[in-house]
Design a protein around this ligand. Structure first.
Ligand code: 6PG
Length: 233
């Protein structure tokens, strides 16, 4: 499903409404909902739109698609962004927010996060909703071009070195992202058009175009501004 919107705010609201529906369905069917969100600059508006929506937030568990290896109070922290703009505003219980411990050694943080996810979802569990972004180089999560982990279909998460950013990160791996009951990608700004075109082109090798893995019929794409992405309808 590809949904265009005139503005990033409208697209963020469309994405937030879809996530709220999916969370409510999970809570109705299984008594709780597992949501994994990405960071960066795009999601803030979406988190602000999602927090006030009618969801039984006390039944939601918030996880992270990736994290920078920084303390939780750093302005670079994906946890800080989601905690301030979503979890604290929506009223997700603190014990239901499962951050990646960016203050730890990257490998230790990855191992702790894997344990935390498995202890909640179970060895064959799934996220109900995974929200991904798209970089202008066609990275998604913290799977950047050239990282062979894009072809890993067995692991849950990993510590990675991002040469382009000169920083360590922890990221979910493709199987954890692609096994989501609902996968949505929020893309705003003309600068992502080239990356999106490559991500939706079957000829693009995933190693060069990591967001290629997101191109599935069940993925929900929320794109803005509409005039930039009109030919993706
Ligand atoms: C991160 C994100 C990353 C993000 C893209 C797009 O930690 O940066 O998880 O994958 O989704 O880099 O970021 P923007 O929304 O800032 O363009």
């Amino acid at each position: 499903m590809i949904r265009l919107a005139a503005t990033p705010q409208e697209s963020a609201s469309d994405c937030a409404r879809a996530i709220s529906r999916w969370l409510n369905r999970a809570i109705m069917n299984r008594g709780r909902a597992f949501l994994a969100v990405s960071g960066g600059s795009t999601p803030r508006v979406m988190f602000d739109a999602l927090a006030p929506l009618p969801v039984n937030w006390r039944r939601v568990h918030l996880f992270f698609v990736d994290e920078r290896m920084v303390p939780p109070d750093s302005d670079q922290s994906n946890f800080k962004l989601a905690n301030r703009h979503l979890a604290s505003r929506a009223g997700i219980p603190e014990e239901n927010v499962h951050r990646i411990h960016g203050e730890l050694d990257p490998q230790a943080a990855a191992e702790k996060y894997e344990h935390d996810v498995l202890s909640r979802l179970g060895p064959s569990g799934f996220f109900d909703v995974v929200h991904c972004g798209l970089g202008d180089d066609a990275h998604t999560a913290s799977l950047f071009p050239g990282n062979p982990l894009i072809n890993n279909r067995t692991g849950l998460c990993a510590a990675v070195w991002v040469e382009k950013k000169q920083e360590h990160r922890v990221t979910l791996l493709p199987s954890a992202i692609l096994s989501a009951r609902h996968l949505c990608v929020l893309v705003s700004g003309f600068e992502k058009k080239w990356a999106l075109r490559r991500a939706l082109d079957p000829r693009s090798p995933a190693l060069e175009t990591p967001a290629r893995i997101l191109d599935r019929p069940s993925t929900s794409w929320f794109l803005s501004p509409a005039e930039v992405y009109e030919d993706f309808r």
